[in-house]
Structures are given as structure tokens and as C-alpha cells.
Design a protein around this ligand. Structure first.
Ligand code: ZN
Length: 175
């Protein structure tokens, strides 16, 4: 790695293997659906696909302190809506403790043991309709981002593929 470094020994611009600290607000259909304001900036290694592809691509070359508005098309965001990902399930096949209401989100194990999220989109007497599409599938994502800080990733972080925070206990790590 050879970054252009500034006087504080930090990378000057966002490039691969740089740890980016990012404030963001995500607006969809003119509504704020997610923001880092409460929990503080997110940190990730650029180039590892930790954030939405269409956003990560637009961060290259940005400097600390810089802000930008980024529009991400569905194909570079949460994908297009897949009509095949919607299914009807007979009510009698459902566990009794599930609230059968439109808008309820369920975690469902598929045959491979993977956990999938689905939202109930319709309820009638005999069956419910489950939509396995991501809630933001088919949506244009409007990000407002500010680069809070940049630093070079440590060799250990690059090896693990994720950011280590000072207060993390590496010995407890599962990976
Ligand atoms: Zn690690």
C-alpha cells in the first residue's frame, strides 16, 4: 500500500484499503429511512463491499471533511423487485404465535437453514402473502454523506477484512 499521506500521516483521499469513517443519511421517496446521526459515523475498509456498491464507488477520491450527495439506482442498491420472491402461505401452516397483520416482519428459516426476512403484505382467512424482497428493493437511494476521517487500515485489519475498534477485544473474535 502506498497512499498519499497528509501532515497527520493519514491518507489524503478515499482509496482501496483506507478505513473510512462516514456520516450518512439515507433518504428514500423523500423520507429519511436511515442515518448515522444517533450512533455516530460508521467505519469500514474501502473496497471490501461493506457498504452499498453504488455508494462505495462514489466515495473514491473524496477527502476528509468533504460532503456529497449520491443517488444510487436500484440495480446498484438493493436490487430490483423480484416478483418470484412473493409467496402465499396457508394460515394453517403458520405457528400460532405469529401476529397476522400486514406490515409484520418475520424471520424464516429456509430448507438450507438460512435466515430470511419477509414482510406480510396481505392477510386473508386461508392464507397470508409473504414478500421476501428487501424493503428497499426497487427504490432509488439518496445518500447524503460526509467523510469524517480517513486512516490507513492495519495489516491485521486487511487480513480480517474488517475494521478493529480500539475497545474491541480481538481475543473474543470468532473469525
Ligand atoms: Zn478482526
Amino acid at each position: 500500500m502506498e497512499f498519499a499521506l497528509n501532515a497527520e500521516n493519514k491518507p489524503v483521499v478515499v482509496e482501496d484499503d483506507v478505513v473510512v469513517s462516514l456520516q450518512y443519511t439515507l433518504t428514500v421517496d423523500s423520507e429519511v429511512v436511515d442515518s448515522s446521526e444517533e450512533d455516530g459515523p460508521i467505519s469500514f475498509i474501502q473496497g471490501y463491499g461493506y457498504i452499498i456498491r453504488g455508494l462505495e464507488r462514489e466515495l473514491y477520491g473524496m477527502r476528509a471533511g468533504q460532503s456529497k450527495h449520491v443517488s444510487v439506482a436500484p440495480a446498484d442498491g438493493y436490487g430490483d423487485v423480484d416478483p418470484e420472491a412473493v409467496m402465499e402461505v396457508p394460515t394453517e401452516e403458520l405457528p400460532e404465535d405469529i401476529p397476522l397483520e400486514v406490515g409484520v416482519e418475520l424471520e424464516i428459516l429456509n430448507d438450507d437453514g438460512e435466515e430470511l426476512s419477509a414482510i406480510i403484505t396481505a392477510v386473508n382467512e386461508a392464507a397470508i402473502t409473504l414478500d421476501f424482497n428487501h424493503p428497499l428493493a426497487g427504490k432509488k437511494l439518496e445518500f447524503d454523506v460526509t467523510i469524517v476521517d480517513l486512516r490507513a487500515a492495519t495489516p491485521e485489519e486487511l487480513e480480517h477484512g474488517h475494521v478493529h475498534n480500539e475497545d474491541d477485544d480481538e481475543e473474543d473474535e470468532q473469525d
